[in-house]
Design a protein around this ligand. Structure first.
Ligand SMILES: Cc1cc2nc3c(=O)[nH]c(=O)nc-3n(C[C@H](O)[C@H](O)[C@H](O)COP(=O)(O)O)c2cc1C
Length: 184
């Protein structure tokens, strides 16, 4: 499978980017993965000229089998920079790259809840684009600033849930591929 990790943070030393790297390192070596950030995407405007950064992201989402989005929680929702990127990709709606795409979400927050409200808002938006959301388990990395040592995730319980989430995403992606092949 080809995994694309999208970090919803615009920070260079983002905890969510770190979480995605650590998550993908748990995968078997047969899978490919890459992590991108939404930091360099300009503010959305309705225009026919799509910026290069958006074109690149659209291509990466299109070419992936599974997208994993990790977002910070900002004021009880997901980050504005992630929403901005999704809005660019959402047009045109019927060709948006999240349609029929298997998408898993997680969040890392320095707070004691770990970003559940951010993910709930994100699910509503992804569902509107036709994404196939991986139903669980839900992964919220609480107190995330205390969960990494030299960039390595130390929370074994979180690792267990992440592994399960990624395994479920693979099962779902295989099922979707199979169904789409039968349809065409
Ligand atoms: C503007 C702003 C609002 C925030 N609001 C919340 C919040 O509502 N809930 C929460 O758990 N953390 C909140 N935080 C803390 C972020 O979740 C925390 O900084 C996060 O771990 C950053 O992830 P990153 O390093 O990937 O950017 C907020 C941070 C900022 C900058």
């Amino acid at each position: 499978m080809k995994f694309l990790g999208i970090s919803g943070s615009s920070k260079l030393d983002s905890l969510n980017s770190l979480l995605l790297h650590n998550a993908f390192e748990l995968l078997n070596k047969e899978h490919q993965w890459e992590v991108v950030s939404v930091a360099n995407i300009p503010i959305f405007e309705q225009t026919d000229e799509e910026p290069d950064s958006v074109q690149k992201l659209r291509k990466k989402v299109n070419e992936s089998d599974i997208v994993v989005i990790s977002t910070p929680e900002h004021n009880h929702s997901y980050s504005a920079s992630l929403k901005n990127a999704i809005d660019w990709l959402s047009i045109p709606l019927d060709k948006n790259p999240f349609r029929w795409k298997v998408v898993a979400t997680m969040s890392a927050s320095t707070g004691s809840l770990g970003g559940p409200r951010a993910q709930e808002h994100l699910w509503v938006v992804l569902k509107s684009l036709g994404a196939i959301l991986v139903p669980g388990p839900e992964v919220f990395l609480v107190n995330a600033d205390k969960k990494f040592i030299e960039g390595k995730l130390t929370d074994e319980v979180a690792k267990k849930f992440i592994t399960e989430l990624l395994n479920n995403s693979i099962i779902l992606a295989n099922a979707i591929k199979c169904g789409l092949n039968q349809k065409s």
